[in-house]
Design a protein around this ligand. Sequence first.
Ligand code: EPZ
Length: 417
Amino acid sequence: MDKFVVSGGATLDGEVPISGAKNAALPILAASLLSPEPLQLANLPDLRDVHTMLHLLRILGARVNGSAPGRTSVSLEDPESFSAPYELVRTMRASLLVLGPLLGRFGRADVSLPGGCAIGARPVDIHVNALRTMGAEVEIRGGYISARCCGLKGARIDLPLPTVTGTENILMAAVLAEGETVIENAAREPEVRDLADCLNAMGAKVSGAGGSRISVRGVKELHGASRAILPDRIEAGTYLVAGAMTGGRVVARFNGELALGEVVGALRNTGAKVRRGEGFVELDMRGRRPHSVNLVTAPWPGFPTDMQAQFTALNAIASEHALVRESVFEQRFMHVAELKRMGADIEPLGREVLIRGVRKLQAAPVMATDLRASASLVLAALVAEGETVIHRVYHVDRGYERIEEKLNDLGADIRRV
Ligand code: EPZ
């Protein structure tokens, strides 16, 4: 298994190209199952999770031409299977996203339960209950979600919480359903709106996406479309935090719309200058140590949980104390133990942590556990004294394209061994 060897102490300075967003690409790839005609995708990121999803689509019988990050087209004319197997789903929870489109178009789907992961139990009850409300027979049997229906019916669905992939699964189930579906308390993340835009480009009738009330009028069939994947707001945020932590200057460059939301305010609260323009965001921390930033994660438009670990690492070397509260997932602090091995002063207090900034972290052998925790260890290693070895970096490769190359281009010193 690959490891990273990071020599800390560099001040980052330069430009970094932002790739397509993992969390926009995965639902849109699943949406390709809804039409026999090709969905042409540009700016697909070259990520482990994207390759996993393309592999799953091939298992289902989809034809995939091209490969990430170039132009890729996916179409499913004749399904060869309706099952997302455990061996694959256990490596990527987002495989769950094929449930809605398979059920919506073909009336059947057998998707392995994803099981828990490092950041929490990750139940699927909201996905299942919504599909039952739309008329599907859904059984949980032998570790699989087995769903059957003779055509889904539009329904009103009140989500107990704004689940992102839950909203996306319901959207993709509803576009070919009979009648209207209304989703209340829908997730408002930019990637949800982007999926709705993609579905509408394929001939669906979705309105209100990006807000908490989405309505879908079912149509008979969808056709192909051509889309560019949104730039990755979490990747961009991660590199901007790296600039702030190292007292440097980082310009994130991207195509399309980059929705950073509350991350911009949080970065400015560290004392960094942040300037936005057409196709770029510049962070300038030249030579200063970041101020501590108190944070509470929340569903969009709140502070994104996917940026929590990165800001926890920043707070570890900031000048004061900070409280970081994780309100979305029940245990998204796996990075804390590893950061403490590097000398961070972090006190767990249930759903939050109290971080007392220290001047310097020390290099240490550490282990990645989940995608964003791994990113926070890379950030910590950039500022640690000495050479940090990070094990199990395959976690990082799931969501960051060529991270060591991009950071080395900014002046870091990272070797993959
Ligand atoms: C999506 O996961 C993202 N993944 C996650 O990104 C992100 O952290 C998360 O949304 C929150 O923003 C993709 O988009 C592929 P949720 P998702 O359903 O949809 C509970 C990353 O690092 N819940 O919004 O799985 C759940 O336990 C990944 O890129 C239920 O209780 O997250 C959690 O506490 C990590 N029952 C909360 O909702 C359900 O049926 C939010 O989860 C579904 C969810």
